[in-house]
Design a protein around this ligand. Structure first.
Ligand SMILES: *Cc1c(COP(=O)(O)O)cnc(C)c1O
Length: 368
């Protein structure tokens, strides 16, 4: 059975190996997964407690309007009820945006490297993709992205902090960009790592949704909130954009258990604070270690670092894998010669540093 012609050029998402497989392959007892930017501290205890006491009725369809979570977020974010959309992860919102706005003949502008799903879903809708390289420090090249916009451009994807580089879009740059970007272009601002950012760098993108008719911001419960397995995220935009997306959205696209967990997770801001503070501390000491061995890395406002490796990223990946650490080689992220490592717990990072130190010593010996 032939699919759409474009599908011949695409491959299914290739996920990293599952922990169990690797344990068996290399005979390891303990595996640390630092490949998907998940929260190493788990998720709020309040969520666990609430779910253990009151599970949703699984035989009943979820609230397709996501009413209770919607109310909690309108208060927290100071937005209107009709300015929110929920998805099975922001991943689904990316899909909804592409399905709602793209068709053959149109194009999208993305940074390179950035989150790969923006391009993937654009191609499925028959749109073309203009990829604008980030600058040498991994920051979006906002001027060149703006220059790339033409009359057939429908979406510009901005990812801040950017996955996989970790860089944020400076405040002034977003404002300038929005002021100059033509109205027929939807600008999507993906803030998946929002909670990890230093607050003084916050552009307050949500406050722009009423200034600019063509902006949508996305956030997720998968990263700092630690609920990746439940699949829930949201978008914030004016009601016109939300209504458009709602036509394409499946009626029951987020589960009742995910909605319940997310409401409770929002209440536990102490957990988010703890995650932010601990991540920042462990990241700083990892950076000091990398400085000591002379490995370069990109500025990161997230819970991961993109590190320039002395050999291929794949070689470092393989070495770490055999020693019980799963990371993401840059060769799979469109930025060869790097690895992306999620910041784990302090103990796990100490162990990882020992391994990287041995690898480094082995590699530098050759040139002595
Ligand atoms: C992880 C991630 C997402 C997807 O998150 P989900 O809400 O789990 O679908 C979206 N954008 C970026 C940049 C991410 O890193």
């Amino acid at each position: 059975m032939e699919g759409k012609p474009i599908l011949n050029q695409l491959s299914p998402y290739k996920q990293g190996k599952q922990t169990k497989e690797i344990q068996e392959e290399f005979g390891l007892s303990h595996i640390v997964k630092l490949a998907s930017n998940e929260n190493p501290y788990g998720y709020s205890k309040m969520v666990k407690e609430r779910l253990s006491k009151e599970l949703p009725e699984f035989n009943i369809y979820p609230d397709g309007y996501t009413g209770e979570l919607r109310n909690a977020l309108t208060d927290k974010l100071n937005v209107k009820e009709n300015e929110l959309i929920f998805g099975s992860g922001t991943e689904e919102i990316i899909q909804l945006i592409c399905r709602s706005y793209l068709q053959p003949g149109l194009n999208v502008v993305v940074a390179a490297p950035t989150f790969p799903q923006y391009k993937h879903y654009a191609l499925i809708e028959g749109a073309s993709v203009k990829e604008i390289p980030t600058d040498t420090n991994g920051y979006h090249d906002m001027d060149r992205m703006l220059e790339a916009v033409d009359e057939n451009t429908k979406i510009v994807w901005l990812c801040s902090p950017n996955n996989p580089t970790g860089s944020v879009i400076p405040k002034e740059d977003l404002h300038t960009f929005m002021s100059k970007c033509p109205d027929h272009v939807l600008v999507v601002y993906d803030e998946a790592y929002y909670e990890y950012m230093d607050k003084e760098l916050d552009v307050h993108a949500l406050s722009y949704i009423n200034k600019f008719d063509n902006l949508i911001t996305m956030r997720t419960f998968s990263k700092a909130y630690g609920l990746a397995g439940l699949r829930i995220g949201y978008g914030v935009a004016n009601s016109n954009i939300i209504t458009t997306l709602d036509k394409v959205r499946g009626p029951f696209n987020t589960t009742s258990i995910a909605q319940k967990a997310a409401i409770t997770a929002l209440e536990d801001q102490a957990f988010i604070k703890h995650t932010y503070v601990t991540n920042k501390h462990v990241k700083a000491s990892f950076e000091t270690f990398l400085d000591d061995i002379g490995w370069k890395y990109y500025d990161s406002q997230t819970n991961f670092l993109l590190i320039v490796t002395p050999t291929s990223g794949t070689e470092v990946f393989q070495y770490l894998l055999e020693n019980g650490f799963i990371v993401r080689p840059g060769e799979l992220l469109g930025i060869p010669g790097t690895v992306r490592i999620t910041i784990g717990t302090e103990d796990d990072m100490k162990q990882l540093q020992k391994l990287l130190f041995m690898f480094h010593k082995e590699k530098t010996k050759v040139f002595e």
